[in-house]
Design a protein around this ligand. Structure first.
Ligand SMILES: [Zn+2]
Length: 218
C-alpha cells in the first residue's frame, strides 16, 4: 500500500510539475465503484469489499492511468468514504436542553455527603433517555433519590436515574441507548428539577468519565 501511495505521490508531483490537469471528478473505474445504493451500515457489502481494499485498488487504478499516459489522475471516489462502517450507537446523553449543576465528588450544603452522581438540570417533565443499553433492574422510590430507575448495562455497570416525576419502564424491560426511562422531576431531596445520574461499578464511579469514555461530552 505505501509503495503504491508513494508512486501516486510521485505521479502527482510529475503531473503538477508538467502543468497537467489533476482531476477529482468522474466515476471510479467500474471494478471499484460501489453501487450508490450501498448503505454505510451494510456490513455485508463492507465485508465483501472493504474501504481499504477499494482505496488500494483506486490508487493502483490512478497510477495505472498515469502510466498509460492519461492526463487525469482520479482521486478516491466519495462513495468509498461514505461506505466506511458507522460505529453503532452505544451511548447517548440522557437529557436534552440541560445544564450541569452538580458533579461527582462535589461537597457542599446541597448534599448530605460527597455527591455521588452527575446532575442534569432541565425543565420539569423533560424526557430522560437511557444513556446506555441494558435491562431495567428496579423502578421505585428510594428515599433521597426519589423515584429511581436502575438499568444494568451489558458491561455490568449499573446506571441510576433519580428524582424523576415519572418512570416509563418496567423491571425486566430491555432498553436501548436513548430509550425513554422517565421524566425530569422533583422527587426525593432536590431543590430544583434535575436528573441525578449515578453509575456504579461495585461503588459509585464518575458518570462524567463514563460518558466521555463513550464519546459523549456532557
Ligand atoms: Zn445529584
Amino acid at each position: 500500500m505505501s509503495a503504491h501511495r508513494s508512486t501516486l505521490r510521485r505521479s502527482l508531483l510529475v503531473a503538477a510539475t508538467a502543468g497537467l490537469v489533476i482531476g477529482g471528478v468522474g466515476a471510479a473505474p467500474s471494478a471499484t465503484a460501489a453501487p450508490s445504493s450501498t448503505t454505510a451500515d451494510s456490513t455485508t457489502a463492507d465485508s465483501a469489499a472493504g474501504p481499504a481494499a477499494d482505496n488500494d485498488t483506486l490508487v493502483l487504478a490512478a497510477t495505472g492511468v498515469h502510466a498509460a499516459g492519461g492526463l487525469v489522475i482520479r482521486q478516491p471516489a466519495r462513495d468509498v468514504l461514505r461506505r466506511t462502517p458507522l460505529a453503532p450507537v452505544t451511548a447517548v446523553l440522557p437529557v436534552a436542553g440541560y445544564h450541569l449543576t452538580g458533579t461527582f465528588g462535589a461537597s457542599g450544603s446541597n448534599w448530605s455527603s460527597t455527591h455521588t452522581g452527575l446532575d442534569f438540570a432541565a425543565a420539569y417533565g423533560s424526557r430522560i433517555g437511557a444513556a446506555v443499553a441494558g435491562h431495567v433492574v428496579s423502578v421505585g422510590y428510594d428515599g433521597a433519590f426519589g423515584l429511581k430507575v436502575v438499568v444494568q448495562a451489558q458491561d455490568g455497570s449499573i446506571w441510576w436515574y433519580c428524582h424523576m416525576s415519572a418512570a416509563t419502564v418496567e423491571v425486566g424491560q430491555s432498553v436501548a441507548a436513548g430509550t425513554q426511562v422517565g421524566a425530569i422531576g422533583l422527587t426525593g431531596n432536590t431543590t430544583g428539577p434535575h436528573l441525578h445520574l449515578e453509575v456504579h461499578r461495585g461503588e459509585p464511579v464518575d458518570p462524567y468519565t463514563e460518558l466521555t469514555a463513550r464519546g459523549l461530552t456532557p
